[in-house]
Design a protein around this ligand. Structure first.
Ligand SMILES: NC(=O)c1ccc[n+]([C@@H]2O[C@H](COP(=O)([O-])OP(=O)(O)OC[C@H]3O[C@@H](n4cnc5c(N)ncnc54)[C@H](O)[C@@H]3O)[C@@H](O)[C@H]2O)c1
Length: 268
């Protein structure tokens, strides 16, 4: 018996086999979940690179794979109508999406452009509201919605810049959604992952420094693995965590509790 037997869900955010959404999907699949997936729409229909990358991973078990740019209401509507046709109702949704234009992400926060700010907030934050609003209609029996965040939303992490501002807003949105959807039995949580090498994180300034910092600063003195994040992601989407909502669950080898470097790093 799997923890996700009989559960039906939607996964937003697989780009390739390094994606956190894929790490979580592997556990969801192994625990028996039925799932539909989205991929970024391909510019050239003759060479559907985005679709191919996702299909290569999920084709064996996906109920459907559809294109979706979360900036487009019609794309989101199509995904949820596909889910309704395939499943009738939904038990879980994984939101593992973030984006900021590279110049705004790598430049100082103080110089973020108006357009870059709007785009980053729309894709990284508003999309959670837009997805939750559509998901709740299909979650008549309750459900679980999970988003991905990073410590840079709670504390200043130099280099994370405008994405930190987005994560602070995302975490706040998560709490407001938990309050509004809780009476319907829908839980909303955020998993705050330690740094993992993915397509998105490669655009974050000082990312290699961040990785190094975790091996010296975190209580476990190492970085988190994709499997460690994937397993907790699956658990937060399952009934095993039925009493948890509005929570930011840190899967970061304890890094977030540190207020100063470990004593062995102090100058003597
Ligand atoms: N990698 C890390 O170190 C790390 C740590 C903590 C949190 N996170 C968060 O995890 C989530 C997933 O990121 P990842 O690291 O797996 O990278 P990733 O690049 O594999 O995933 C990001 C996803 O966002 C999707 N996306 C971007 N713009 C979109 C749009 N307009 N419409 C639909 N989808 C869009 C991409 O297609 C991609 O699938 C993000 O929210 C990220 O901030 C990552």
């Amino acid at each position: 018996m799997g923890l996700m037997d009989g559960k039906k869900g939607l996964v937003f955010g697989i780009a390739n086999d390094h994606s956190i959404a894929w790490a979580i999907t592997r556990f969801l699949r192994d625990e028996g979940a039925s799932m539909g997936f989205t991929h970024l729409p391909d510019r050239d229909p003759e060479r559907p690179r985005m679709e191919r990358r996702v299909r290569k991973l999920v084709d064996d078990f996906a109920r459907f794979v559809v294109p979706c740019n979360v900036q487009k209401d019609e794309d989101l509507d199509r995904v949820f109508s596909e889910a309704e046709q395939a499943f009738g109702t939904l038990d879980f949704v994984l939101h593992s999406i973030a984006y900021a234009p590279i110049d705004d992400l790598q430049g100082p926060t103080v110089a973020c452009s108006r357009e870059g700010f709007k785009q980053a907030m729309e894709i990284s934050v508003y999309s959670l509201l837009a997805i939750a609003n559509r998901a709740r209609r299909l979650m008549s029996e309750g459900g679980s919605i999970l988003t991905l965040t990073y410590l840079g939303g709670e504390k200043v992490i130099p280099g994370y810049n405008i994405m930190g501002v987005c994560k602070a807003a995302l975490e706040s949105a998560m709490g407001y959604l938990a309050n509004e959807l809780g009476p319907q039995g829908i839980r909303v949580n955020a998993l705050s992952a330690g740094p993992l090498k993915t397509l998105s994180s490669s655009a974050v300034g000082e990312f290699d420094q961040m990785l190094k910092l975790y091996t010296t600063m975190s209580p476990l003195r190492r970085n988190v693995t994709p499997d460690e994040v994937g397993r907790v992601g699956m658990l937060l989407l399952s009934d095993a965590t039925s009493g948890i909502t509005g929570e930011i669950v840190h899967v970061d080898c304890g890094y977030h509790v540190m207020g100063a470097p470990p004593v062995e790093l102090h100058e003597r």
